[in-house]
Design a protein around this ligand. Sequence first.
Ligand SMILES: [Ca+2]
Ligand SMILES: [Ca+2]
Ligand SMILES: [Ca+2]
Ligand SMILES: [Ca+2]
Length: 479
Amino acid sequence: MKPVIKYLTVLVSLMLCINTGCDEKSEKSSFDGTWGELNPSGIDFSALPSGNSYYVDINNGSDEDGDGSITNPWKTLDSVLQTRLEYQEYSAYPYTDAESMITVNPDGIIKSGDTIILREGHYGALSISRIYNTDFVTITSMTGETVSFESVEISSASYFLIENIMANQNLAETPEKTTLLAISNHNYFGEVHHVIVRNSDFKSIEDSSTWTINDWNNIPSNGASISGNNVSLTDCTFKNVNFGISVTGSFVDIINNTVENFAGDGLRGLGSDLLFEGNTVKNCFDVNENHDDGFQSWEVEGVSPERVVLRNNIILNYEDFNQPFKGYLQGIGCFDGFYKDWIVENNLIIVDHWHGITFMGAKNVVIRNNTVVNRDPDAEPDPWIRIDPHKDGRNSAGCIITGNIAVNSIIATGDTVETSNYLVDDNTLDTCFADPSMNDYHLLEECPAVNSGNPDNFTINDMDNNPRDSEPDCGCYEY
Ligand SMILES: [Ca+2]
Ligand SMILES: [Ca+2]
Ligand SMILES: [Ca+2]
Ligand SMILES: [Ca+2]
């Protein structure tokens, strides 16, 4: 929209507000699914620092005699962070925003912007607390070497980049359930912010195939729990976990991660300004009363989650038809709004549940170009896409459902626009999709979903990042 037209639109809507009292339906969003040049974390990955590198070797290093060089490394990461790193912390507790920070280890050889390279070995449980850097301090593994932890906790800290590591609860002497990756605010010691975790693997156990229902309820840790702001989690896997990735902070990127084998919800996003893109959530184990969702959100203490984007994600109920404790996974379950300015697009949702994508209480929510189908075509609960009123009866407003494929129905309430969607018949999947039994929902040429999307409202690229043509198709893939 040209600036002048945009300005006029704002002016007109302001005048309407004066006349009508600005009821819910006159609210219009300017959110276009982006946060400017950067993702919501605000972290500029093209400007990460490249300072000096120091080495830590749990097996062959020395905290007393080492100098941090590759030939004479230190031994323990915790000691290095506490004594060799110059950092800041609050001067008094409980922390307050106005409280000035003090410098710790002013003579520490490691500065903000430097990198700590870990040599192969097991480093126990990593706990970083009350360490505020001013630029990213990277903790990584030596190329080609395996570095493991039992779990990773970063609380009351800033500017840490953790990459190329693994964490496995079962490596502990006495394994116990925990959170494999916790990025946590602390109400006494301070908030956590500006943390990157990438290219790392987290699991409760290597192989859960022999777990009983009791094991599933008693053993697995949660995957990631993020309560801080300005956090980026990319290219990580969380396997054999209770809940997958839970975000209560805001300004968080969750990109290209995999949650595989989980008992709770795959993804949760309760904050605002969140981007969930390119993630895969698969294999739900129904072992308790929890209603399992691929993605779930709700309004917390009256605060609407705003500007949340779910794009290019795959939610798969189960891969293996013989998987134990196979249950019915709800795809995207947003039952307790209001949700404001959300965009749900190009997702592939394969679940044996009615709730493919459901919003109850939505304002300016766009649901477009998603493919929502059963894992087992014979399953009776066929998934729908729907926007309902809030549970308290207030109508949803300003929403659109367009260019999607679903099996059961598309249900639009309030003033929700529903147009150019395609309902596919469970019995004719093979004439529409490349290989449904193998979860390949690329379109076939003869599928009526081809060229039947909405030419006025569609995703520029499809889930494969291929550009759509001027006659966009329904669903997450352009033929
Ligand atoms: Ca369950
Ligand atoms: Ca749930
Ligand atoms: Ca069915
Ligand atoms: Ca087309």
